[in-house]
Structure formats: structure tokens, C-alpha cells
Design a protein around this ligand. Structure first.
Ligand code: ADP
Ligand code: MG
Length: 712
């Protein structure tokens, strides 16, 4: 019997050399071939007599090869194969370019089908590079001509003809392939059975049939994904974590010491998180909120609640600058809170280049890295902030209750799970935060094992940021505008795509590469702004090659208003908070993704001042302009995410790291109802039979599916 896992070499009619060739391309067994789907169909179903052909028509004719001629053009050295095909009503010439090997197949006297477009050569009709198929008997089943013919993605030596050949050998053998979806789902959702659907995909009789089959496979994929999610939920329920209680009076006390009142959305999200913490099994929540919506304080309060319960929290940030800033945030909170509860509580910063800590009773404590690690192990340090590299390796916790991951989209799925998989028996609760808004259906699909809280309002005093695409001729007036803003006390960012000028950075590049890479550099702009444009202002420079203490000092100076204009690479991209800055000027803006630009812009407009974003580009193209314009028209991050999705497709949008699921993501976006239906069905099934013991085929399929998406 043939199984999905049967290797191609074991299938009659597929030679071992052919099987080997496809195996190199990743098509090793029956399943690989059956699930290599066509991306479109060519309609060759119109079969006509040769004398009925018309110019421009796409059709199939059947006839006998009358003459063949193979020759090389002397001018362009191209092989040409010419055949005339005759049926009992007429004849037509067919020409193939550079396919001299066909001469050994298309021999005089053979019966063939030719499918393709009819064109005019002089006054005569001909077919150029038509699909051909030798018809060997009266009962011959066509695969390349005379019907709806599947066209497969042709990459790395896989041809549509080759796949059709394999599929044709396999399809007749799988008629008894077992259906693995539960009967109940099949009936309720009116799904096509597996065999019919595979047949319809690879050898359809109509495009309607293809649609019905595609629906089945969309359902199948989403259902399997939701089963993965549902079983993850179940296994999380079985694990242990610290149950953290909170005292409303304690929260009120923290509130009373904050310089602002939390927005309603912040309060709601905080309650969601605090309710998660109360559970004695690990929870997993995504906190989404536009740039500047105030996610940090929400997570910080959650960490304080854990600390008050004598439990630890880890904060992971994607960059040093951001980790530094979170550390400062906690310092500020501790300096204003004056809570007796926190007297002995420590907060540490651990990145690849710095190790700092302070304690509730000594905000300026000097302590070595070794001692910091010791105090983390002893449990006196309750809040540990860092970049991921440090936290993964060396740190041992006493009782880790909560892991906060800031800007989670910057971390790959695997990295995120690493922390929660640390050896200890008690798992921490997980809180991820992101300003890159993932459309809800997508979040439910890809991160189906998460709960989602959304901060959908900005703090009250915020004004929308005025965004302008500035052409080169208006550059000077943009500088004049910046001058006015700084004169009135504000600060500005200037972002450049590169650190150094290309000439000094990489000398060996070709002329063409030089041209492509000829984009604004931080050092160059820094020189220009500090010497020519704004000699009277204090200009600072920030980029990834600076040492961490240099970066920190520059950020602190900027924060303290000792720098007016900060020229920087994308290191300020995520999270950095300077409420007094009102200008974000982005050079070479076409070099950045929309979401990245959105993040940059979010660096300003965080205080009470009207803020501005200037987008500059050296390219003067309409596509660039249209893309940048999305930044002006999108009302919020969610809308922009949708647009970004349109411009770039879900694969890029999510990032390869984020998931191997662009295909499923696409299905999800196009069909939110199906996401909901499959989610509910999957949950129901897992509740009934969490190990899928009664569904062996489904369980086997799920294993294969899991390997494919390698979420773990
Ligand atoms: P993000 O959600 O992008 O991480 P932050 O947490 O960095 O945003 O907050 C941005 C700024 O808004 C910070 O300066 C923070 O102190 C301030 N902030 C947060 N919540 C409020 C609020 N409710 N009212 C006023 N300002 C707030
Ligand atoms: Mg942030």
C-alpha cells in the first residue's frame, strides 16, 4: 500500500535517477509531491480542428507529425525545431526555440496534442513553443494538453511537466487514502474529501472544483494550526507557575505617585495581566499598543506587583539603548514611590557590556557583575532588565514569576520560548509587547496560544504628528523650520540609513554598488549639520559601533537636553523615549520598511508639543512616493500594518524568523471566519480528546504539520 511517507523511489514508473533529482529539490515522498500545489491553471480544454484555429486563440489540436526540421540560425546561433502537424482538415506549423532535445521526441508519424496560443507568421498561422504530448493510444489520459493544465512554481529545475509526470504516476495509487479530518467537521463544514480534493487540485475538470478543493485545504491548514495551539494551551494548563496576588490598595498607591493618570486602555490591560498572574499555571499574553501608547508603565507595574510578592521579573529588550531606558524608568519609579515594600528590592541591568544594579534603599549602589548575579540567585534582586544574550546564558533566578518581552517582533519565536523553557519546574508567565500591530486574525492564527490585550488610545495630551514628504528643493526650508523649533526649546532626530560614508567604508565596491549604496551616512550628516547648517547648536551622533557606555552617555545627554540634534542610525528605532523631541527627520527614507518608519516617527510626539516628521528621499520615483504616503494616510498602526501587508506580503511582514507560515497567514487574512470556525472546532476536539487517541490519522497528520511549521 502506498503511504504519504512512501519515497518516490518505490513508486512504479518513477526511475531512481528522476526520484533522486527531485529529492535534491526537497520532493522526496508522496506527500511532498501531492502537496506541491499549482499556482495557476492553463485552460487548454478547447479542442478544435486545425482549420478552425484563429489568431490569438488558446487551444489544443490533435494531429500527426508530418515533417520535422532542426536547424541553427546562423546569426543568433539559436536552435530551432520546426514541425508541421496534420489532421484530416488541415495542417499547421509549430516552432520551438532552443529545445533541440525535443527533436528526439517529436518524430514524424507520431500522434500529438499541441496546446498553446496561435499566432501569425506572415500570412500563416503558427504555434510557438506549444505544450506537446505524444498520444500513444486511443485511451491515453492527457496530462499536459487538451484540458485544464496545472502550472506549478518552476524553481531550481522543477518543471511543470516534471511535476505533472510524478503526479500522474501517484494519483491513481492513492484512491484509498484515508480521510483524516473528523467526520463531524467534514459534514458540518461541507468539505471535499481528501482524495477528491487532491485530484481536483492536480487534475481538475473545472475551476469551480479547484475552489472547493482549495477551501478544503485552507480549512485543513488552519484547523491543524489551531489544534497545535489548542494542545499547547492544554499543556500550559498542566504546568505550574507562581500565582501572584495583587492588592488593589497597593496598585492605587503606585498610581498616586505617577506623574500622569493611566488611560482607560492602560488600566484594562493592566487588569488583564494581573488576572493572568493570579493563575497557578503559566499564561501567555501579547500586549499590543501603538507607539507611545504607554506599554512600559503597564508592564512595570506588573513587575512591581511580582516584587511585592517576593518574586522575580525579567525584562528583555531588543537593544542596549532600550534596556538602559527601562532601567532608568525603574529608577525614576523607585525614586518617587517611597514604598517601604521596596526597601530591600533590587533592580539590575545586564547587557553584553554593562552590569548595574540599585536597591530600594540605595539608588546609587556600586556593585560588581559577580555580586549582581549572586543577588539574582539569592532573590534580593527582583527585577532584571537586559538584552537577550546575557539573560539566556549566565543568569540563575531564584523564583522567576514573569518574563516581559519588549518589542517582541524583534525576537524570533524560538528565542521567545527559550526563556520560558529554562530548566525550572515552575514556569514564568509570559508577557510580550509590540508596537507593530498584527491584525487580529493574524495574531489569533499565528499566535493562537496567546491572549491579546490592546491599548487602543494614546495618552490625552498627544497631538497627531504632522508628516511631510520633503523634496530636495525644500530641504533648506526644512532646516529653517528645525532651527525655529530648537530655538523654542525643542530637540530633533535626524536618521540616516548608514553609519559611514561609503567611500571610506568599503573601498573595493564596483561603480554600480557605489551608486546603490550612495546613501546618507551618519558621520557625513553629522559633519554637515555641525559645521555648515547648525554650527551654533549642539549636535550628537549615535550608532551601533559606539561602545555601550558611549551610547548611554549620548542618550543621557539628549534626554537631559544637552544635545539639540541627534544624528543616528536605526538604533533609536525601537522604544526610545524623549518627550521634548518634536522633529523626526529621516534621510533616505525609501531604505526603511513602513513599520520601521512608523517606529521612528513614534520617537516624537510623546510629550505635549506638536511634533513633525520629515521624510526625505534621494529617489524621485512614484512607487517610493506612494509607499511613503501610506505613512501619512494611515490613521493608526493597524491600518499601516494592513498597507504594509499589501505592499510586501505576509511573509516579509511577519519576517521569516517570526514564522514559517506566510501561506497560512495569507489564508487567515483572507478568511477571518474560517479562523474563528477552526479555532472553535479545534478547541472542542482537544477538550474531548486531548491526545487525539481516537483520531490516529489526524494525529499522524498533525505531527507532519508540526514539522513543517517548526514553531517549536
Ligand atoms: P510605548 O508604548 O511605545 O512603549 P512608552 O511606554 O515608552 O510607550 O510611553 C511613552 C511615553 O508616554 C513615556 O514618556 C511615558 O512616561 C508616557 N506615558 C505613559 N502613559 C502615560 C499616560 N497615561 N499619560 C501621559 N503620559 C504617559
Ligand atoms: Mg516601548
Amino acid at each position: 500500500m502506498i503511504l504519504l511517507s512512501t519515497p518516490l523511489t518505490e513508486i512504479k514508473g518513477i526511475g531512481s535517477s528522476l526520484a533522486q533529482k527531485f529529492s535534491k529539490l526537497g520532493l522526496e515522498n508522496v506527500k511532498d509531491v501531492l502537496y506541491y500545489f499549482p499556482f495557476r491553471y492553463q485552460d487548454f480544454s478547447q479542442i478544435v480542428h486545425i482549420n478552425e484555429l484563429e489568431e490569438g486563440q488558446i487551444a489544443t489540436v490533435f494531429g500527426i507529425i508530418d515533417t520535422t526540421k532542426l536547424y541553427k540560425t546562423w546569426k543568433r546561433k539559436m536552435w530551432i525545431l520546426e514541425c508541421t502537424i496534420k489532421d484530416n482538415a488541415g495542417s499547421i506549423k509549430a516552432i520551438w526555440f532552443n529545445q533541440q532535445f525535443l527533436a528526439s521526441t517529436l518524430k514524424e508519424g507520431l500522434s500529438v496534442n499541441l496546446s498553446g496560443k496561435v499566432s501569425l507568421q506572415g500570412k500563416k498561422l503558427i504555434m510557438q513553443n506549444p505544450e506537446y504530448e505524444i498520444i500513444s493510444s486511443a485511451h491515453y489520459n492527457v496530462k499536459h494538453t487538451g484540458k485544464l493544465v496545472p502550472i506549478y512554481p518552476e524553481t531550481k529545475g522543477i518543471t511543470s511537466r516534471g511535476i505533472r509526470f510524478l503526479v500522474d504516476k501517484i494519483l491513481p495509487l492513492i484512491q484509498d487514502i484515508p480521510e483524516f479530518l473528523p467526520t463531524e467537521e467534514m459534514e458540518q463544514n461541507d468539505l471535499m474529501d481528501l482524495y477528491s480534493a487532491l485530484l481536483a487540485i492536480h487534475s481538475p475538470t473545472s475551476l469551480d472544483e479547484v475552489k472547493i478543493a482549495e477551501h478544503r485545504f485552507a480549512f485543513q491548514d488552519l484547523f491543524l494550526l489551531q489544534l497545535v495551539n489548542a494542545s499547547k494551551r492544554v499543556s500550559m494548563q498542566r504546568e505550574k507557575s507562581f500565582a501572584i496576588k495583587y492588592d488593589p490598595n497597593f496598585i492605587k498607591k503606585i498610581f498616586s505617585h505617577l506623574p500622569f493618570e493611566l488611560t482607560l486602555a492602560q488600566k484594562k490591560s493592566l487588569v488583564d495581566i494581573l488576572e493572568d498572574l493570579k493563575k497557578d499555571h503559566p499564561t501567555n499574553r501579547l500586549l499590543q499598543g501603538d507607539v507611545g501608547s504607554g506599554k512600559t508603565i503597564v508592564s512595570a507595574i506588573s513587575a512591581l506587583v511580582c516584587a511585592q510578592n517576593e518574586k522575580q521579573t525579567v525584562f528583555m529588550a531588543p537593544t542596549e539603548v532600550l534596556a538602559q531606558q527601562h532601567y532608568q524608568t525603574f529608577k525614576k519609579i523607585f525614586s518617587t514611590q517611597s514604598q517601604e515594600e521596596f526597601l530591600s528590592c533590587g533592580v539590575a541591568l545586564l547587557t553584553s557590556s554593562s552590569a548595574l544594579a540599585f536597591f530600594g534603599d540605595d539608588l546609587e549602589s556600586k556593585i560588581s557583575k559577580k555580586d549582581i548575579l549572586k543577588e539574582i540567585k539569592s532573590g534580593r534582586i527582583k527585577i532584571i532588565i537586559g538584552t537577550h544574550s546575557v539573560i539566556q546564558k549566565t543568569v540563575e533566578f531564584k523564583d522567576l514569576a514573569l518574563v516581559v518581552i519588549d518589542e517582541q517582533h524583534r525576537f524570533g519565536v524560538n528565542q521567545r520560548h527559550l526563556l520560558s523553557e529554562k530548566k525550572s519546574l515552575i514556569k514564568p508567565h509570559l508577557l510580550s509587547m509590540s508596537a507593530t500591530p498584527i491584525p487580529r486574525t493574524l495574531a489569533l492564527t499565528v499566535f493562537g496560544d496567546l491572549d491579546v490585550s490592546i491599548i487602543n488610545e494614546l495618552p490625552k495630551n498627544r497631538k497627531p504628528i504632522i508628516t511631510k514628504i520633503v523634496s530636495q528643493k525644500d530641504r533648506q526650508s526644512a532646516y529653517a523650520f528645525i532651527r525655529k523649533q530648537i530655538d523654542s526649546g525643542r530637540q530633533a532626530f535626524v536618521i540616516c540609513p548608514r553609519i559611514e560614508n561609503i567611500q571610506t567604508e568599503e573601498k573595493k565596491l564596483s561603480q554600480r554598488q557605489m551608486f546603490q549604496l550612495d546613501v546618507k551616512s551618519v558621520t557625513e550628516e553629522y559633519e554637515k549639520l555641525s559645521k555648515k547648517i547648525f554650527p551654533d547648536f549642539k549636535i550628537g551622533m549615535l550608532h551601533g559601533r559606539l561602545k555601550s557606555n558611549e551610547k548611554e552617555e549620548i542618550m543621557r545627554k539628549f534626554q537631559d537636553g544637552k544635545i539639540d540634534i541627534l544624528v543616528s542610525t536605526s538604533v533609536v528605532e525601537v522604544g526610545v523615549d524623549i518627550p521634548n523631541a518634536s522633529i523626526m527627520m529621516i534621510e533616505g527614507s525609501e531604505r526603511f520598511g513602513l513599520s520601521q518608519l512608523y517606529q521612528f516617527r513614534g520617537r516624537v510626539g510623546r510629550g505635549e508639543y506638536q511634533s513633525y516628521c520629515f521624510l526625505l528621499s534621494d529617489l524621485n520615483s512614484k512607487t517610493v512616493f506612494d509607499r511613503l504616503k501610506a505613512l501619512i494616510t494611515a490613521k493608526n498602526g493597524f491600518e499601516l500594518a494592513q498597507m504594509d501587508l499589501k505592499f510586501r506580503g505576509p511573509g516579509q511582514f511577519l519576517g521569516e524568523e517570526q514564522s514559517g507560515l506566510p501561506d497560512i497567514a495569507m489564508k487567515a487574512i483572507q478568511n477571518p471566519d474560517l479562523v474563528q470556525i477552526t479555532k472553535e472546532s479545534a478547541q472542542k476536539l482537544i477538550n474531548k480528546d486531548s491526545t487525539l487517541t481516537d483520531y490516529p490519522y489526524l494525529s499522524a497528520y498533525l505531527k507532519l504539520f508540526n514539522q513543517k511549521i517548526h514553531l517549536e
